[in-house]
Design a protein around this ligand. Structure first.
Ligand code: IVH
Length: 702
């Protein structure tokens, strides 16, 4: 539908009134439909960014044509007229807010915020040239959840409601009562006869991941913690809300009638509600200049990925009472507050095809090829789908509209399919039966998450192993880049790393884009490689679970590669930082016939094999870049989205941490997947931090 394309609402010089009216009407119904999907079904078809663009397009068109005004337009109602005319709400009882719950105007960047500050100053009658007078502004996190009102009478929680359209919301008292951080009864003194607090219910990322991981293909995944929160809050059975990881912060108040204490400024409000026992947004500061807000914006945005919950911006509020009253409110939003948004991290686009890439271990990874889309300033055309189970879980098909997400430096990923946008032409993603590189039949054990190519001579694997062997952090072979490796493999000049050392300048000089000089340089670089520390060689071998850190630990202990190759797992676990998973992987690796043969050739090629007089390395007790989990003890529980528990265990050990089987006070962190069971309960009881796989990976990367 044309209304979906916001660019079409640019002023069209020659357009007649009827066309404009038709376009307005299309945009309005379009928005109502999306409001419905978002607010009622908790299953939006558009990303927030797309919705915002549509909304702004309507606003712009309405500004150009005030004569085509419609009181029922989504822009005119407090929260947007989000119910289609024929929709009958038959689920939750409705609640009319005594004071409407307003929404916020959005500023997409600090510059727009500057304009808002100027308007605020003007509204308060401060002269433009008056630099002495400053307006105190409260800056808080904009929590990405669901706005609710909690009403206390005589200090007791009597009613909870969602914001709904701002005037009328849905009654969710029972569900609200299940949130542990929300007091059922006010603490302390000055209990008012009636208190209407407003805030945001949200879900931690860990909670969200665990909840999604436990959902079946039929139930479908939630796209993000906010959708999951909204879905949970509207559950009719409070027992299901109770089992979900909801949290709340309070940041506002409805009617202040009959309240004796000061709730007028944001600072007073937070101080008072804290005395009553309420949590408020984890970040709150009072500033007076745009510059300060810009700094906070940059800092918070940089830290956004490491927060355990989602925020989608900052909320800037004029601090106090009289100033707010002077500024007043508009129909949808107050003039005294604004949201300064961060770039959206999710967008929808089309999944064009799925390519299977073969890594050096033989694992086949599905990579989604997408219609390019701009996600928070970066064009995304490829995204990972992790593994076949992940494809199944997300229910994606080729041709689907999918939600893609990028956060920080992590590889973009496909979140889920937007099923309601299917037209029937979509096809299942084929899971390969044969390796796309060497055509050997792949194996895909029932209980495993990865499909693997078993052929160790598979060109893709060979290329992957050679690239790893030569990479900067491994043996760092100068001049041996990907293109050269590809040629060497293609011409069957090299199959294993040891073949590299038999290359001559003559052979190399014959290759494309290689002169005599560069060929000689590569030979010299290979020669230099022979003197690299043994730990680098051990890392370069590509032993499962053995990265730079473990390689160093092993070499520090055993010193001689021949000795390491015959060490038993029992002996290996004696090394601090080497757990049973790693030990097993190392021993299995060295037991392989072809590895022994390869090692023999490498040794005779003259690679450094032994370290003399090396002090045994110690795993630090404090986390470092190399050992982010040093000194930490982990417990892993539940089903993780893309890792087996063993894999996670090995990763923890590699990062310097320890894995134990039961939660105690000494546990630093519980890594929890779906159906975490009693370990989660125990962790919560003991106040042990709980993280999900995504957070785990983030911390591993430092
Ligand atoms: S104040 C009249 N403060 O953002 C002021 N809202 O886009 C109304 N939100 O509906 C809201 N964190 O759901 C306020 N610290 C915060 C907030 C916050 C998140 C949400 C809230 C509101 C929406 C507006």
């Amino acid at each position: 539908m044309s209304a979906l394309d916001p660019t079409e609402s640019e002023p069209a010089g020659s357009e007649g009134v009827e066309e404009t009216a038709a376009r307005l009407s299309a945009l309005r119904s379009e928005l109502k439909y999306h409001n419905f999907r978002y607010h009622i079904l908790d299953d939006p078809e558009l990303s927030d960014a797309e919705y915002d663009r549509l909304f702004r397009a309507l606003e712009a068109l309405e500004r150009q044509h005030p004569e085509l005004d419609d009181p029922d337009s989504p822009t005119q109602r407090v929260g947007g007229a989000w119910l289609p005319a024929d929709f009958v709400a038959d689920m939750l009882p409705s609640v009319t807010h005594r004071v409407p719950m307003l929404s916020l105007e959005n500023a997409m960047n600090p510059q727009v915020l500057g304009e808002w500050i100027a308007r605020v100053r003007k509204g308060l009658g401060v002269a433009e040239e008056d630099t002495e007078t400053t307006v105190p502004l409260s800056v808080e996190y904009k929590m990405d959840g669901v706005a609710v009102e909690a009403v206390y009478e005589g200090g007791v929680l009597v009613e909870g409601s969602t914001r709904g359209d701002g005037v009328t919301g849905e009654e969710i008292t029972q569900n609200l009562r299940t949130i542990r951080s929300l007091p059922n009864r006010l603490q302390g003194a000055d209990i008012p006869p009636r208190l209407e607090l407003r805030g945001e219910v949200f879900m931690t990322l860990a909670g969200f991941e665990a909840m999604n991981a436990a959902r079946t293909a039929v139930e479908g995944l939630f796209a993000n913690p906010r959708n999951a929160t909204a879905g949970t809050m509207r559950q009719l059975d409070p027992r299901s809300a109770a089992s979900r990881p909801l949290d709340i912060v309070l940041y506002g108040v409805g009617s202040t009638e009959g309240i004796a204490v000061d709730l007028e400024s944001q600072t007073e409000l937070f101080a008072q509600i804290a005395r009553w026992g309420f949590p408020s947004p984890p970040f709150h500061r009072v500033v007076t200049t745009l510059r300060e807000i810009e700094t906070i914006y940059r800092e918070v945005e940089a830290a956004r990925d490491s927060l355990p919950f989602e925020i989608d911006g900052l909320v800037i509020k004029v601090e106090g009472g009289e100033l707010r009253r002077t500024l007043g409110v508009r129909s949808r939003s107050p003039r005294w507050a604004i949201a300064l948004k961060f770039p959206a991290r999710q967008e929808t686009t089309r999944l064009e095809t799925v390519e299977w890439q073969v890594g050096r271990t033989g694992a086949l990874t599905p990579v989604a090829h997408l219609t390019p889309v701009n996600v928070s300033g970066v064009m995304v055309s490829r995204a990972t789908l992790h593994n076949p189970k992940d494809i199944e879980r997300k229910g994606v098909r080729i041709g689907d509209y999918v939600i893609v997400q990028r956060a920080g430096d992590v590889i973009p990923e496909v979140v889920k399919a937007v099923e309601s946008r299917r037209d029937g032409s979509e096809t299942a993603v084929p899971i390969p039966t044969h390796c796309p590189s060497c055509e050997t039949e792949v194996f895909y054990p029932e209980d495993e998450i990865v499909v693997s190519c078993p052929n160790i001579h598979c060109p893709a694997q060979v290329r992957g192993r050679l690239r790893h062997f030569a990479s900067r952090r491994a043996l760092d072979i100068d001049g041996l880049g990907e293109k050269l490796i590809d040629q060497l493999v293609e011409r069957e000049l090299v199959r294993t790393p040891s073949d590299l050392f038999a290359l001559t300048a003559e052979t190399l000089a014959d290759l494309d884009r290689m002169g005599q000089k560069s060929a000689e340089n590569v030979v010299a670089a290979l020669e230099a490689t022979k003197e690299r520390p043994v730990a680098r060689l051990v890392h370069a071998l590509g032993i499962p679970h053995v990265g730079e850190t473990v390689a160093k630990l092993l070499v520090a202990e055993f010193r001689d590669l021949d000795l390491l190759a015959v060490t038993t797992p029992e002996e290996m676990v004696e090394v601090d930082g080497v757990g049973p998973e790693i030990a097993k992987a190392v021993a299995e690796f060295f037991a392989r016939e072809e590895i022994r043969a390869e090692l023999a050739v490498l040794k005779s090629a003259g690679l450094r094999w032994k370290e003399e007089g090396l002090a045994p390395a110690e795993t630090p007790q404090e986390p470092t870049a190399e050992h982010p989990f040093a000194g930490m003890s982990f417990v892993v529980t539940g089903k993780l989205p893309s890792l087996s528990r063993d894999e996670a265990g090995a990763m923890i050990e590699t990062a310097g941490g320890k894995v134990s089987s039961s939660v105690s006070k000494k546990t630093s962190c519980l890594l929890a997947g779906a159906k975490p069971g009693s370990k989660l309960v125990k962790a919560e009881k003991l106040g042990v931090e709980v993280i999900d796989e995504e957070e785990f990976r983030r911390r591993l990367e430092g």
